[in-house]
Design a protein around this ligand. Structure first.
Ligand SMILES: CC(C)(COP(=O)(O)OP(=O)(O)OC[C@H]1O[C@@H](n2cnc3c(N)ncnc32)[C@H](O)[C@@H]1OP(=O)(O)O)[C@@H](O)C(=O)NCCC(=O)NCCS
Length: 439
């Protein structure tokens, strides 16, 4: 039996591939003014500081909607929205400047903290803010004059990059400036999407208020393509304004070339770290990339295949295969790769003279079983047999015969195997032989 590993050590080791993968990457992290007002802001910024210390280049985009609403209420001024968009008159612009200014100061103050007994001890973070976002007025739409409400016109990506190169965390707020010297109130989601796109960021991360996008079972779908996300946005489902804006920004950024956008519930402690440092994350990822797929194995998969099959060899479920055997046979393997990890594999050995093939080494990683991956691999290999004109498929198994019988395999005798395989049959192992006619 292998010695017991301390869960802390295990988790820390498991996060190592992500630490390597994230170093030097650029993440744009957007959150609402609710996060700034919350008592959890410190914890969130500790996690941001941690990411920064691991070499992640970070741009924070902070919203200020509740703070602006409060400032307006204090002045007894109207909160005026047309659809999703605030109409920013002179009084509202004043409130925006106040609220955004206060938000920025709050963030800068907390990011400057370095108390010895806090996780920020010794962090000495630099914060950079500035006129990075150029804006233009929304103008008059359907007869409504949006006045000082604007939209991003251009993001000075070069200037932001320079600050990131200097090791600073860049903080952006929902204000942009025009060539005429005016300030405009812009949506923080638009700022985040435009900035992530202009920077060619590796990720846009949205920290959601509430639970976010939930599927029929009440869980966040772990992955959506931009098209699927758009269908959700267009459906009748009421996601709430905040989630809808985050989802729209994620779609916009993905279509603008950002490889992955993540939506994570802010209020769940450590969700940002769990999303970034565990394989399956905790939120929803919007991406056009193939996160999981079936494909032919490559030599670089040999380590992953060995890691998958070794525990089963130790239990006697699979026949032992050396690394050398795998190096010779890797091209017979098909794998399912999930975010860079081999989570399932199977090998196909064809006997064309007898129009038959052996399915061997079918393994799904224990964490990913009972989700149809075994079936998926079997169907994939059956189609390959079909393409190669192989009419029957057999498998030798000691403990999994029922799984195969439920999928159309039937017991058969060694004499039904091709001659060369029959002579190599290990009678001591007493494997059951199961055969399935194809087509
Ligand atoms: C057999 C195996 C590949 C199935 O993978 P999977 O991705 O879980 O398969 P699927 O999701 O398509 O099917 C899951 C179903 O198979 C059942 N199943 C799993 N192992 C089984 C076994 N040994 N006997 C009978 N049924 C089994 C599960 O209970 C589940 O049934 P349910 O849908 O009624 O709940 C996987 O369990 C595995 O890797 N086992 C160890 C290796 C092995 O025995 N390989 C075969 C020898 S070559």
């Amino acid at each position: 039996m292998s010695p017991k590993v301390d869960p802390f050590v295990q988790h820390f080791r498991a996060s190592a591939p992500y630490i390597h993968a994230h170093r030097g990457r650029t993440f744009v992290i957007m959150f609402g003014g609710e996060a700034v007002a919350s008592k959890d802001l410190r914890t969130l910024l500790y996690d941001v500081a941690l990411l920064h210390s691991l070499g992640v280049r970070i741009v924070l985009v902070a919203g200020a909607r509740p703070q602006i609403d409060e400032a307006l209420a204090r002045r007894g001024a109207d909160l005026r929205f047309e659809g999703d968009l605030r109409v920013t008159d002179d009084v509202a612009l004043q409130c925006v400047k106040e609220a955004v200014g206060a938000t920025r100061v709050e963030l800068e103050a907390l990011l400057s903290m370095g108390l010895p007994n806090s996780p920020m001890a010794g962090a000495r973070l630099r914060v950079a803010t500035g006129n990075f976002v150029m804006a233009q007025p929304v103008g008059v739409v359907d007869g409504v004059d949006y006045q000082h409400t604007g939209k991003p016109r251009r993001v000075d990506a070069e200037a932001i990059r320079q600050r990131l190169d200097d090791g600073a965390i860049v903080v952006l707020t929902p204000i942009g400036y025009s060539a005429t010297g005016e300030a405009f109130n812009i949506s923080s989601h638009d700022v985040a999407a435009a900035t992530a796109t202009a920077l060619g960021a590796d990720k846009l991360i949205g920290l959601l208020e509430g639970e976010g996008v939930l599927d029929a079972e009440g869980l966040p779908p772990s992955q959506l393509t931009p098209d699927e996300a758009e269908q959700i946005l267009r459906s009748d489902r009421d996601l709430g304004h905040h989630v809808e804006r985050h989802l729209a920004a994620a779609i916009q950024a993905c279509r603008g070339g950002v490889p992955r956008a993540h939506l994570v519930a802010r209020q769940s402690d450590g969700s940002l770290l769990r999303e970034l440092f565990t394989r399956d994350g905790v939120g929803t990822m919007v991406t056009s990339e193939t996160f999981e797929g079936v494909r032919a194995a490559a030599p670089s998969d040999i380590g992953g295949i060995l890691a998958l099959i070794e525990p089963l060899e130790e239990q006697g479920i699979l026949v032992r295969r050396s690394q050398e055997m795998l190096e010779n046979d890797f091209d017979r393997f098909t794998v399912i790769e999930r975010d860079g990890m081999v989570v399932a594999c199977a090998a196909l050995y064809a006997y064309p003279d007898d129009s038959i093939a052996e399915l061997a080494c079918l393994v799904v990683h224990p964490d990913y079983r009972t989700s149809g991956r075994g079936d998926q691999l079997l169907h994939y290999l059956e189609r390959q047999c079909d393409a190669q004109g192989l009419r029957r498929l057999f498998v030798l198994t000691t403990q999994t015969s029922h799984w195969f019988r439920e999928r159309g395999f039937e017991n058969c005798e060694p004499n039904e195997l091709p001659e060369s395989r029959r002579s190599a049959y290990d009678h001591g192992r007493r494997s059951k032989i199961l055969l399935k006619p194809l087509g």
